[in-house]
Design a protein around this ligand. Structure first.
Ligand SMILES: Cc1cc2nc3c(=O)[nH]c(=O)nc-3n(C[C@H](O)[C@H](O)[C@H](O)COP(=O)(O)O)c2cc1C
Length: 364
């Protein structure tokens, strides 16, 4: 891959984060991001929801909100790309500045507030790429000024179901007032049932996932797991950015309002992932996201219960070469521990924990 990022890095770092992001998107669209140098190691391939994933690593929502570069991202070597969050109507999001680098902490804080080009543009772009192959998901949200959140999500489902390989219902962005209240048990159950019905009406059946916040109480987690199993949705994305500010943050920007992502999110989001795996008894594919910056991090997410792994913030700091490093390192870690595939390693930590507790209890 021509290392555009290495050349452009000083410029990107000197620019405000959102300008750097726009330049990166333009460079990726122009093909400057390059192509994956080698085919993925076969050990990384797996089927999830009956679809073939060449590798489990994927760029998280928020990078390509308006479906500008999904095919260029796939060419870079991501196993799949997630578009969005897209809201039904175009909206500008919060006033700038609204993205902050926390260099010392390997983190970002953002309070973008669903800046979105709207469904019309995203749908038109996805229609143009129809039939091109590669797994592209769409992450849907609601407009800030909308009086009817459920209708907004239902519109997102109806208009993208036949164009998306999977859908993510984002009820966990911290930057749209009231959005996270949709995670409450009865509200979430009603929302998901209506969205499953909207999906059926389209005649298309992309897997429908819900993306949750890392700032949930144990009771809320249990409720969401119960709702996920009762409604029959297809998976859970764990997790969005956090409103928490873990002790030890060093960067001057740590006091900015918004959602924190990156390194400080790794431990809490991985613990939550493990909880959700236990609560859903390993019956639903989980997507692990939050603070992944290395092969070891991706492997830890898989062992905690993730079938697929997403990252965003670490790419801002390390550039696209990180993707190749994570994929080859992950293949090595799987082979080292005797796994024949990613699928075999999913939830492996729980098997180990169960065996240890059986041993303690004298179960043979
Ligand atoms: C600048 C930025 C914008 C984001 N926008 C979205 C979004 O539109 N929808 C969404 O579901 N998550 C969004 N996220 C959250 C990421 O998808 C991801 O859940 C979170 O950043 C944790 O992963 P990371 O630590 O690898 O960045 C955004 C994150 C960042 C940093």
């Amino acid at each position: 891959m021509p290392d555009f990022y290495a050349l452009a890095r000083p410029l990107l770092r000197a620019l405000p984060p959102e300008s750097a992001h726009r330049l990166t998107l333009a460079a990726v669209a122009a093909g400057l991001g390059g192509r994956a140098a080698t085919a993925d190691p076969p050990i990384l391939a797996q089927q999830v929801w009956g679809r073939d994933f060449p590798n489990p690593i994927w760029i998280a929502a928020g990078f390509d909100k308006d479906a500008l570069v999904p095919d260029a991202l796939l060419r870079l070597g991501f196993g799949f790309a997630e578009i969005g969050t897209v809201t039904p109507r175009q909206q500008p999001g919060n006033p700038t500045p609204r993205v902050f680098r926390l260099d010392e902490d390997g983190a970002l804080i953002n309070r973008l507030g669903f800046n979105s080009g709207g469904l019309d543009r995203v749908v038109a772009r996805l229609e143009r790429r129809r039939g091109r192959g590669g797994i592209v998901g769409v992450n849907i949200g609601r407009n800030r000024d909308s009086a009817d959140a459920v209708a907004d999500y239902a519109e997102g489902v109806r208009r993208t179901a036949s164009l998306a390989d999977y859908l993510v219902v984002n009820v966990s962005s911290p930057n749209t007032p009231g959005l996270r209240d949709l995670q409450a048990r009865a509200v979430l159950e009603d929302l998901l049932r209506q969205l499953l019905a909207a999906r059926s009406e389209t005649g298309a059946s992309p897997p429908l996932l819900v993306k949750i916040a890392p700032d949930l109480s144990p009771g809320e987690c249990a409720d969401i797991a119960a709702v996920a199993l009762a409604t029959g949705i297809d998976g859970i994305v764990v997790a969005n950015t956090t409103l928490a500010r873990p002790p030890g943050l060093r960067s001057p920007a740590k006091g900015e309002a918004g959602g924190l992502s990156g390194r400080p999110l790794f431990a809490p989001s991985t613990a939550l992932l493990g909880d959700m795996y236990r609560l859903t008894e390993g019956r639903l594919p989980l997507i692990g996201v939050g603070g992944v910056a290395s092969a070891a991090d991706a492997y830890a997410k898989i062992r905690a219960g993730a079938s697929l792994v997403q990252l965003y913030t670490a790419l801002v700091f390390a550039g696209p070469a990180l993707l190749g490093e994570i994929k080859s390192g992950l293949a090595d870690l799987l082979r080292r521990d005797g796994f024949a595939s990613v699928a075999e390693a999913v939830g492996a930590d729980h098997v180990k924990l169960a065996a240890a507790s059986d041993e303690r209890d004298g179960v043979t």
